[in-house]
Write a protein that binds this ligand. Structure first.
Ligand code: ATP
Ligand code: MG
Length: 486
């Protein structure tokens, strides 16, 4: 089958990691937090290591007995600008591609996930947070976003629209072993396109991701794609693979020995070197595609090549969720260590039907926000336009209406509440806040009827008349102090 050749993605660029997400640290857990998580007899995950991977906090911070749940992180104010920037770039780009936002609940009835993701998958078998609610219904915290989106699509009759393009952004939950790049509450941004099986849609979704990485300034990622067949060709291939694996049974790891009967495809992406060696010659899906799947894959490859989006064909790439068909893909980074997949996804042409809907093809991806943020430079907090240095209670009383008017006029204004602090101390705070201007009002300024407006970058200063008209004073300050961009 003629296929456009893979384009060399170019050498990876080393980037510095800005956030402390998931990095293993030498911090010893406090005595109270070292008690192992209670494990029920049905919990099949391996015992957890003694070493914690707590969120980095200042060395001097006191350790309180009440800690966040293992694998769940706080988003602290210093990290918020990076998250907000990422979210803003996603929202703006997705809107340009015609996507609307969808927000679904973070919990769903458990059978939704079992039926869509697949009973024999790691996620459903051992990673879900499942619990009965007070009425006895089994609920699960969502481990991924697609199932809920398709449920909402069916429940609200969106099947009537010829093409539905949505994106979501929010927390997901998986009971995995916390380590670098792996959390129990993590965040994904993802998109879904439902209603077309054309390869051009696959290309569009991959182009969107390539543009997202470009816009964020992330480079050195590799796009790996594969064709994993559909209901026409996959069952026969999986039987063939299972046969080949049976003959290799004694060379497989314990996990793969189990998987070769429950979910043989997953054996292909086992990371254990002896399994990789043992299975190096097993038949691969690419050689057993039906005509339609083959044509689809060639068209996707051709579309990517036409847009000069570099990709590599990885014939062993499979996904951990059963609903994928035809195109499967992952974006990996050489700068993330073992958990190197930043985004992953693929087609799910039968999922809507499997969940009781009409035949509708779909495709989507999910991107791990914490992992992506590790590849981005730290984002600065936005700079306030003005810092208001108030020296004394009278100055405070006179300036409160001006402060309010300035904020209502769209300027960001910081102030200290300790009006007895010295001018030097207040200027220090203005500097620390990285304010562009400092508006200084003390007894002398009140007596003279003019405040001092100091340019914190250029150090020039000018006077602003203090009158009884707060709006007019604010307008004069606002005209000088500009506003908005950082
Ligand atoms: P992995 O290779 O990490 O096991 P997966 O195949 O389980 O990934 P998907 O279900 O495809 O992952 O999720 C898409 C993306 O979500 C991943 O590529 C990763 O960036 C992120 N992700 C998945 N699980 C976690 C987790 N436990 N902690 C942090 N990020 C995660
Ligand atoms: Mg996983």
């Amino acid at each position: 089958m003629p296929r456009p050749s893979a384009v060399d993605p170019g050498p990876g660029r080393a980037v510095s990691c800005a956030l402390p997400f998931g990095r293993p640290t030498a911090v010893t857990p406090p005595p109270d937090a070292s008690t192992p998580t209670p494990r029920g007899p049905a919990d099949p995950s391996p015992p957890e290591p003694a070493r914690e991977t707590p969120q980095d906090t200042s060395q001097d911070a006191p350790r309180f007995p009440l800690q966040a749940v293992r694998g769940a992180r706080d988003l602290l104010p210093a990290e918020a600008p990076a998250w907000q920037r990422l979210e803003a770039v996603c929202r703006a780009l997705f809107a340009r591609y015609g996507f609307s936002e969808i927000r679904t609940p973070i919990f769903e009835p458990t059978p939704l996930f079992a039926r869509s993701i697949g009973q024999e998958t790691d996620i459903v078998e051992k990673e879900m947070y499942t619990f009965p609610d007070k009425g006895g219904q089994s609920l699960s915290l969502r481990p991924e976003g697609t199932a809920g989106v398709i449920r909402a699509y069916l429940q609200h009759g969106l099947t009537g629209e010829s093409l539905v393009r949505v994106y979501y952004l929010g927390p997901m939950f998986r009971h995995e072993r916390p380590q670098a790049g792996r959390l129990r509450q993590f965040h994904q941004v993802g998109v879904e396109v439902i209603g077309s099986d054309r390869p051009a849609v696959d290309v569009e979704v991959l182009t969107l991701l390539a543009d997202l990485f470009d816009e964020l300034g992330v480079s050195g990622l590799t796009l790996e794609i594969n064709a994993i067949g559909d209901r026409e060709c996959r069952p026969a291939y999986v039987r063939l693979l299972a046969q080949a694996l049976e003959a290799l049974d004694d060379q497989l790891c314990a996990n793969c020995r189990r998987r070769r009967t429950t979910n043989p495809l997953r054996v292909l992406d086992c990371k254990v070197p002896s399994c990789r060696e043992a299975t190096k010659d097993v038949p691969l899906m690419l050689g057993h595609l039906c005509k339609a799947c083959d044509a689809h894959f060639s068209a996707v490859c051709a579309g990517l090549a036409a847009l000069a989006i570099p990709y590599e064909i990885n014939p062993r790439l499979v996904r951990g969720l059963d609903y994928y068909t035809r195109t499967a893909f992952e974006w990996t980074s050489p700068d993330l260590g073992a958990q190197n997949t930043v985004a992953a996804g693929g087609r799910y042409d039968r999922l809507v039907e499997d969940l009781g809907g009409p035949p509708r093809a779909g495709i989507g991806f999910a991107l791990g926000i914490e992992r992506l943020l590790l590849l981005l430079p730290e984002a600065d907090a936005p700079r306030p336009d003005v810092y208001l240095a108030l020296l004394g209670a009278e100055a405070e009383a006179r300036m409160l209406p001006v402060l309010r008017a300035l904020r209502r006029a769209g300027r960001s204004v910081e102030r200290g509440f300790d009006v007895e602090a010295s001018l030097k101390a207040q200027l220090k705070r203005a500097n620390k806040a990285r304010a562009r201007f400092c508006l200084i009002v003390g007894e002398n300024e009140l007596a003279a009827g003019a405040a001092l407006l100091k340019d914190m970058d250029g150090h020039a200063q000018r006077e602003v008349a203090i009158t009884g008209n707060a709006e007019a004073v604010a307008a004069e300050v606002a005209a000088v102090a500009g506003g908005g961009e950082t």
